[in-house]
Design a protein around this ligand. Structure first.
Ligand code: ARG
Length: 486
């Protein structure tokens, strides 16, 4: 038996069972992290005089060799990456290698590895979110005067601008960024040193391994450290939220690329064709983002269910969380990149957007508001007059309105002070937008202000992201330094 962990048993594991319980394929994701974890651990063991300097150096050298050989150099028939790396270290470093697993369990090891791999992905994902926000805001900057219909219930509702619409999406992605930042703070905590769950009688230094691995602090309670996957739930929840946001803008671009809307045209690089209909230009990539939002939602549900009612501390069930986490983050990250590119390269048909604001009596709200301001009738009365007017489509003359108001309230609005010029203004989509300059509104002066403000947020988000990356890189650099004999 070449399995270093089977001394308790008299036979090898049934092959089918071994495959069934193995996480080795999924563990590719934490291969590098596990090298780091082992390096930090043995460095600390040496500093604490738990293993000798020579043994430490032999182990570090073996770990470097394994890292160079890559994941493929491991024995893939073994249960997981941890036992595969340890076996290889023993193979390469002999008795010294057999000392590596002193005062560490796979339970604290795997939890630490997952957090290291995940925080890396989180940082990359945050960078991708920033890129998307930038694309949206740069596009918004070009379209602060591009009028378009705003929709409620997918019906023409009120005029807005394309900039206003894009900033709305950018703001949702800013909140996604903040959620990722919040989750990051709880991911970047070190469970190492918890052992199987009850810590260890060796005088290890947990703060030191945490520091070597670039963690902000510890998951202190050793039982908590190996038992919890709440950070995974929190991250997948943030990913699912972001996927939902992506699916909504993807859906809009899909709709807007139809001849019915014709607001945008996707770049050919983001379009597919049909095998039978020669004329087709299909938005398949965006459709898949729409669908994959559901898959990430499914991952969240799976992880919640795996962890629910799971007794403390470690149970093998927890292994089943990891693939969901990996799939969720990888789906999210590719979806972020595709969405960013699809939007960035899309052709925007401003004329078509503007033309659509003359369909569906989209200025009716402003007309009712104007009636209130000019004649002082109550809003609900003005609403009833304009609503009655709307039954027969958009009416534009004072006479037409007077006929209706006479019927509804027994008086002509012209007699109460409504003029043709205020009516014309109310019915002009661009004027509608100009006067909506209150905070958060679509008036260009306000959208220009919002864009500037968001661009500043992006710079500060970028800075804090770079700081996080810098801290981790500085820590891991020590562990990556070539092993020097002394
Ligand atoms: N491969 C396992 C996981 O992903 C880690 C090993 C813990 N196994 C154990 N029998 N205690 O969770």
């Amino acid at each position: 038996m070449n399995d270093i962990l089977r001394s308790r048993l008299t036979s090898g594991m049934d092959k089918d069972v071994a495959e069934f319980i193995s996480s080795i394929d999924v563990d590719r994701w934490i291969f590098e992290s596990d090298i780091f974890v082992n390096k930090a651990h043995v460095t600390m063991l040496c500093e604490q005089n738990i293993i000798s300097k020579e043994d430490c150096l032999s182990i570090l050298r073996a770990l470097d060799t394994i890292k160079k050989g890559g994941f493929a150099s491991l024995d893939a028939t073994l249960e997981d990456v941890h036992v595969a790396i340890e076996s290889k270290v023993i193979e390469l470093a002999g008795e010294a290698g057999s000392r590596m697993h002193t005062a560490i369990s796979r339970n604290d090891e795997v939890a630490t590895c997952i957090r290291i791999a995940l925080r890396e992905e989180l940082l990359e994902m945050m960078r991708e979110l920033i890129a998307l926000r930038k694309v949206l805001l740069n596009m918004a900057d070009k379209h602060t005067s591009t009028v378009m219909p705003g929709f409620t219930h997918l019906q023409h509702a009120q005029p807005t601008t394309f900039a206003h619409h894009l900033i709305a999406h950018a703001d949702a992605f800013k909140r996604d960024f903040n959620r990722a930042t919040d989750a990051y703070a709880r991911v970047n905590l070190c469970p190492l040193g918890a052992g199987a769950f009850a810590s260890t009688g060796f005088s290890i230094n947990r703060e030191r391994t945490a520091q070597l691995l670039g963690f902000e602090s510890l998951i202190e309670n050793s039982m908590d450290a190996v038992s919890t996957r709440d950070f995974a739930i929190e991250c997948i929840s943030a990913f699912a939220n972001t996927m939902v946001d992506l699916s909504r803008i993807a859906e809009e671009f899909i709709l807007w690329s139809t001849p019915e809307f014709d607001f945008i045209e996707l770049d050919d690089g983001y379009a597919s064709t049909s095998s039978i209909m020669p004329q087709k230009k299909n938005p398949d990539a965006l459709e898949l983002i729409r669908a994959r939002a559901s898959s990430v939602g499914g991952a969240l549900q799976s992880v919640l269910s795996i962890c629910k009612a799971l007794p403390y501390s470690y149970n093998r069930d927890l292994q089943e969380v990891t693939p969901h986490l990996i799939n969720a983050i990888s789906t999210l990250r590719s979806s972020l990149r595709i969405t960013t590119g699809a939007i960035d390269t899309a052709q925007i048909k401003s004329d078509r957007m503007a033309a659509a604001t003359h369909v569906g009596f989209i200025t009716a709200t402003e007309l009712a508001d104007t009636v209130v301001r000019e004649t002082n009738v109550p809003f609900r009365t003005a609403y009833q007059i304009v609503g009655t007017l709307a039954r027969s489509g958009q009416k534009t003359t004072l006479d037409e309105i007077d006929v209706v108001s006479k019927k509804v309230i027994g008086k002509k609005l012209s007699e109460l002070g409504l003029t043709q010029s205020s009516l014309d203004k109310a019915l002009d989509p661009e004027q509608n937008i100009q006067i909506r300059g209150i905070r958060g509104g679509p008036a260009p002066k306000e959208t220009i202000r919002m864009i500037k403000d968001r661009m500043k947020q992006i710079s500060s988000d970028m800075k804090s992201l770079d700081q996080k990356v810098g801290k981790i890189n500085a820590a891991l650099k020590q562990l990556n330094a070539p092993v020097r004999e002394k």
